[in-house]
Each structure stands twice: as C-alpha cells, then as structure tokens.
Design a protein around this ligand. Structure first.
Ligand SMILES: NC(=O)c1ccc[n+]([C@@H]2O[C@H](COP(=O)([O-])OP(=O)(O)OC[C@H]3O[C@@H](n4cnc5c(N)ncnc54)[C@H](OP(=O)(O)O)[C@@H]3O)[C@@H](O)[C@H]2O)c1
Length: 341
C-alpha cells in the first residue's frame, strides 16, 4: 500500500514538473500547412489599387504599424506595385503569421503554367512566403503576352479554378476566391469546385448595394469583400453621380454619428457583414478609416440607408474587353451602348 502511494506521488510530481517545463500554449494555430494567428479575413483591410508606387510602401508600413494595427492588405499583380507593398510589409516588422495578404491572378495568367509563375512572382514581390487568399481577378482570360487584351476563348473559368486549386495544394496560398463574377459564374464554380471559393470580392458601396447578392453569398458561407467601398471617391471613376462624400443624406447621417462620411459608409459596409478594403496613401485617412469599426446603426437607419441605393456601377471594363460582365446583377455591361453615354 505504502509502495503504491509512493509510486503515485513520484509519478504525479514527475508529470507536474514535465508540464511546467512545456512552453505556453501558442497563440497561433496550424491551418492547413500554415502557422498563423489569423484564421479568418480581418473585416477591414487596406486597398492598394492606384496607390502611388512612391507612397504605397509608407502607407502599408504606417497602416500595419502598432499604433494603427491594420492586419489585412488587398493587393494585385495588376496594380503594378506589389514589390513596394512588400517593402512596406517588411519595414513594418510584422510577423508573417500576423497579417492577412490577398492578391489576384491577372487575366493574362489564366493558363496553368502562367498562373504558377504569376503566384510565385506575387509572393516574391510581396516578400511573403505564401498568400492568405488568391483571387481570380476577373472571369475573363486573355491570351498570354497579348498586348491588346486579346481574349483566350479556350481557357474556361473552370480550367483556371482547377489550376488555382493546385496552388492551394502546393501551399502557395491558404485560400482561393473569385472577383467580379456574375451569379451564373459563381454557380459554375460552385458546381465544379473541389476546393471551393473562400470569398468573392466585388464592387459594393452605398450607390451599388447589391443586398440580395451579398446575402446569397453569406448564406452559402462565402465571405464578401466590398471593393471601392467609398463608391465614386476613387478619382478614376466618372459616374456622373455627385461625390458620395458630398451626398446630403450621408452628411446628415455623419452629423448624427459625429463621424466623417467615409467612416460611416465603411461602418455600414461592416455592419451588413461585408469586409471593407478602403484604399488610402494618406496617414490621416488610414487612421480615420479605422474608426468605422466602432460605429453602429439602428435597424431603422439600416433600412433608410437601403433606400439610398442608386444601383450604379463604377467599375466595368467589360465594354473595352468586348465581354458582357455582371449578367443578372444591377448595371451590367451594355455592349451596345455608345461611348458618349
Ligand atoms: N477586385 C477588383 O477588381 C477590385 C477593383 C477595384 C478595387 N479593388 C480593391 O479595393 C480597394 C478599394 O477600392 P478603390 O481603391 O477603388 O476605392 P475606395 O477605397 O473606395 O476609395 C479610394 C479613394 O478614397 C480616398 N479616401 C480613402 N479614405 C478616405 C477618407 N477617410 N476620406 C476621404 N477620402 C478617402 C482615397 O484617397 P487617398 O489615397 O488620398 O486617401 C482614394 O482616392 C482597391 O484599392 C483595391 O485594393 C479591387
């Protein structure tokens, strides 16, 4: 009896001492082949389209820095600044596992070998060992090396999706997704996917709310990333609508919320369950936009905002490519429309 008690005590003490010697539970987890502290896409990220090559490294470093705490960057090969974005990520000193990085496969890289080359270059340029999310930028393939965007009518979106699935299996990216797809295009991918889309990035803002399409994705477990969340604030857009930031409805609402129009527009995007990725290269805007995370609306306010939808799209390269995009959605490409309109 005494011997049994003695053995139990010695054994118990040994286990206790062994447990003390174990390192603390790691904060991050292993997700697929990746060690990461970020399981899901952070709700607010920094956009980088049209971010000046001379300014974007500082913008990224500033956003990711401790005081601001952005943990999500939206990049793309087509923005021609991923090397500078990578400099910003590196300069911030953040651990790779603590930041979410999205990039996108350009139309001329839809063929298998080109796609493999493209993701490797993007990873290299961004100075990350892998991506969190890789999106098919458009459901449109161009012939590789074609200078005038000649369409590749052989490579289908399913072919490209199969290649993107390979990129996940090869650990180049944790997740894959789509961008600028019509409902029929999404259904095509969902019917064929072995690794299914994690997210769909599409144009969404108060002037193009697409609430039903947003809800459909959320019901199907597909995250929705709202691009151009500030609507026609992007100076490249020529929508003929008054600037969203000057809109009287939104200015009145901003006064009620004691915030700027940009902050409350982003807050609305967040409250309806979309991820918002405002672009800025200015410290003040980068900092200001974070306040969107603290602003909420009542149900009545959300309903009134819903009534403000103008169903107007800002970003449609379909006509210049000769492709009818956004079928079944608000403001689809009208291939017959004259340039003057
Ligand atoms: N998947 C796709 O096909 C696709 C298409 C378009 C965009 N995107 C992604 O979505 C991101 C965001 O969209 P976007 O760049 O088109 O437009 P956006 O983020 O809605 O608007 C950007 C414009 O708003 C200004 N801005 C930002 N914060 C502001 C603030 N607090 N007050 C006043 N002005 C402010 C910026 O200027 P400053 O820089 O001067 O602050 C810039 O001119 C892009 O950068 C890109 O990453 C993806």
């Amino acid at each position: 009896m005494l011997t049994a008690l003695l053995i139990t005590a010695i054994f118990g003490t040994a286990i206790y001492l062994f447990q003390l010697s174990l390192p603390a539970e790691p904060h991050h987890s292993r997700h697929g082949g990746f060690l990461t502290s970020i399981n899901d896409i952070p709700p607010l990220g920094l956009g980088t389209w049209l971010s000046d090559r001379d300014k974007v490294a500082h913008a990224v470093e500033y956003a990711v820095g401790d005081k601001r705490g952005y943990r999500h960057i939206d990049a793309a090969a087509a923005y021609k600044n991923e090397d500078k974005v990578g400099k910003g990520i590196k300069a911030s000193g953040i651990n790779r596992k603590d930041i979410w990085v999205t990039s996108k496969l350009w139309n001329s890289d839809h063929q298998r070998d080109a796609a493999h080359r493209a993701i490797k270059k993007t990873i290299d340029d961004l100075s990350v060992e892998y991506l969190d999310l890789y999106l098919m930028h458009w459901p449109v393939a161009f012939l590789p090396d074609s200078k005038d965007n000649e369409l590749d009518t052989e490579t289908t979106i399913i072919d490209t999706w199969r290649t993107m699935e390979e990129l996940v299996r090869a650990n180049y990216t944790r997740y894959i997704g789509i961008s600028n797809f019509s409902p029929a295009d999404v259904e095509t991918i969902l019917a064929a996917c072995e690794i299914c889309p994690y997210a769909h990035e599409l144009e969404l803002h108060p002037y193009l709310q697409q609430q039903e399409f947003v809800d459909w994705h959320l019901e199907h477990g597909i995250k929705v990333i709202a691009y151009s969340p500030l609507g026609n604030t992007n100076p490249t857009y020529d929508s003929k609508l008054p600037p969203l930031l000057d809109d009287p409805f939104w200015n009145a609402m901003a006064a009620i919320k004691q915030a700027t129009v940009a902050q409350i527009v982003l807050a609305w995007g967040l409250q309806r369950g979309t991820v918002v990725i405002p672009k800025s290269v200015h410290e003040k805007h980068i900092e200001d936009n974070l306040r969107a995370l603290e602003i909420t609306f009542s149900e009545e306010e959300m309903r009134r905002i819903g009534d403000q939808d103008r169903r107007r799209r800002m970003n449609d390269p379909g006509r210049s490519w000769g492709v009818a995009l956004f079928n079944g959605l608000d403001d689809p490409t009208d291939l017959g429309r004259g340039d003057e309109l």
